[in-house]
Design a protein around this ligand. Structure first.
Ligand SMILES: Cc1cc2nc3c(=O)[nH]c(=O)nc-3n(C[C@H](O)[C@H](O)[C@H](O)COP(=O)(O)OP(=O)(O)OC[C@H]3O[C@@H](n4cnc5c(N)ncnc54)[C@H](O)[C@@H]3O)c2cc1C
Length: 505
């Protein structure tokens, strides 16, 4: 291997492989001899996981960086707008048991002021509806933007629901034709190491050895480079996050039916069901823990949810909750499922791909020496991120009052991290605040914890007292939010109208 990083080899062409190739290629566009060569090797024999329909608002910046227009993306991927998640039945399963985790931030980042003001000025509204524009009932089914707005700009924060297979095809087409990335449809058969422990090349069935300086493992759950070659241990988290399977389906929808603006996550006896509205269909999946219910029972839960009159084809998927002890080892970086997977709740996987490739693209090591230093920083930051995401996902389960064995077991202290146990104790007396989260760029900031914590009916026992001046300022901010909710309801098109308009363009 030369001292300089001149050739990056990405093994795997799923969402992880193509997003990685696209962001790296767009950020480092010089393909001359002095520039950076990027090759993606994708096996024609191994299909991609084919799910991953919910994204995070970061995806807008990622697509824009790669140079894909929003209209092109929406049309090609049958995509729709995602403005957050709705959780049905997570507290007690009763009819009125619903709460939202929207993408918009609350009017104030000061947790105590915000809590006090909510209780003072809008005790009858849910927290989400009181403190941010996005979840008002009058905005149901409305798009977060008007068609005339510039690409990726919205009146409210948003991400997308998308067809993962179509997105893979779009990314591949765009990245190979516009960004100069080399594509090899070939099966990697072996990894070749050099004497100092780095990877010098990968052997392929039809194209021989492909040499490189930096290798990205995007081989999915198989983790052929980071796991099989380097033997980096997988840290199992199934003792905390119990789900390990999903049975998934697609449901056709009438062409003029309303499209929901959020992922609907409905709790069931041993897991939950996602329901994602795309332009042409719904993607529905029953996530469950095989220790608590059988595959057959899960399939029945899914069929009952969809409605017994609806004909569906189902597909079973299994996964192991956990993540690698190191993501970057020598000259190999694991991105995507090879780095780990927790569960589909809150769509945290694609955002981790984006954050990983963003850090890599911005700090691309140019030499072997720099590689080692970057690896250390990367591993520290991402270990922190995975741990925090685990706590955040677990929060959805531990606050439930449901009485089925799965939910009761989820509340046992031995299934929680020390940190989460401590926070739950502290939050009995004060709200989750930005001081609880060390990073400036948390995947789930304090406000996400507030949406879930209050959404599940929890509140600190004592309310803070505030100066009248602070309360007056907040009152005005709340009123502005509620005014905006009415104005947006009057001015925004429905999801269906906006997306149908694009198809006709
Ligand atoms: C049930 C479920 C639901 C999910 N829902 C969401 C969601 O809503 N939101 C979200 O953000 N994430 C979700 N995810 C995760 C998301 O699907 C993945 O993070 C994302 O698709 C990235 O996958 P990947 O590219 O790492 O792996 P894969 O899609 O598995 O791709 C692996 C690639 O490696 C290639 N490969 C394998 N072996 C070889 C070889 N020997 N040689 C060459 N190439 C090889 C394959 O051909 C393939 O191209 C979900 C996951 C599951 C299991």
């Amino acid at each position: 291997m030369s001292e300089e990083v001149k050739h990056i080899v990405i093994v795997g062409g799923g969402t992880a492989g193509w997003l990685t190739a696209g962001v790296l290629a767009a950020r480092h566009p010089d393909r001359s001899e002095n520039g950076l060569q990027i090759t993606v090797i994708e096996s024609p024999d191994v299909p991609t996981v084919g799910v991953g329909e919910g994204t995070w608002p970061t995806i807008r910046k990622t697509l824009s960086r790669i140079g894909i227009s929003e209209t092109e993306f929406l049309k090609a991927c049958q995509a729709s707008f995602k403005q957050g998640s709705r959780f049905d039945g997570w507290v007690n399963g009763r009819e009125d048991d619903k709460y939202y985790h929207p993408f918009e931030l609350p009017v104030s980042q000061n947790a105590t002021d915000l809590l006090r003001a909510w209780q003072e000025f809008a005790p009858d509204k849910s927290f989400a509806e009181a403190v941010c524009v996005q979840t008002a009932p009058e905005l149901k089914g409305l798009a977060p933007r008007q068609r005339a707005m510039p690409d990726f700009v919205g009146a409210m924060n948003y991400a997308y629901h998308l067809d993962a297979v179509k997105m893979g095809a779009l990314l591949r087409e765009h990245i190979t034709s516009k960004l100069g990335v080399t594509y090899l449809a070939d099966h990697m058969t072996a990894v070749i190491g050099d004497p100092d422990g780095d990877i010098s090349g990968v052997e392929t069935r039809d194209n021989g050895v492909i040499e490189g300086d930096l290798f990205i493992d995007c081989t999915g759950h198989r983790a052929l480079l980071i796991g099989d070659h380097f033997g980096v241990p997988f840290q199992d988290q199934s003792g905390i996050l119990f789900n390990d399977r999903a049975v998934v389906t697609q449901v056709e929808v009438p062409p003029d039916s309303p499209i929901k603006s959020e992922t609907i996550s409905t709790a069931h006896e041993a897991g939950w069901i996602w329901d994602i509205g795309l332009f042409n269909r719904r993607g529905v999946g029953c996530v469950y823990a095989s220790k608590y219910i059988s595959d057959e029972r899960a399939e029945n839960i899914l069929r009952d949810y969809v409605g017994r009159d609806t004909e569906i084809q189902t597909r079973q998927l299994s996964f192991r909750s956990g993540y690698r002890k190191q993501f970057w080892k020598n000259n190999c970086i694991a991105i995507g499922l090879s780095a780990g997977f927790l569960e589909p709740l809150e769509a945290s996987a694609i955002v981790l791909i984006e954050l990983s490739v963003e850090m890599l693209a911005e700090n691309l090591p140019v030499t072997k020496t720099a590689n080692r230093i970057e690896a250390k920083k990367f591993n520290q930051l991402f270990a922190y991120r995975w741990e925090r995401i685990i706590d955040f996902l677990k929060l959805h389960y531990v606050l439930s009052e449901r009485t089925e064995p799965y939910w009761v077991d989820n509340r046992k202290r031995e299934t929680m991290s020390e940190r989460l146990i401590d926070y739950l104790e502290i939050w009995k007396h004060r709200p989750p605040s930005q001081y609880d989260f060390e990073q400036s760029a948390e995947v789930f900031p304090a406000s996400s914890y507030q949406f879930v914590y209050y959404g599940m009916g929890q509140k600190p026992a004592t309310l803070p007292t505030l100066k009248p001046l602070v309360l007056n300022v907040l009152q005005k901010q709340f009123q502005t939010v509620w005014r905006k909710q009415k104005a947006f309801a009057a001015g925004l098109p429905t999801n269906r109208a906006l997306l149908s308009g694009l198809k006709d363009s």
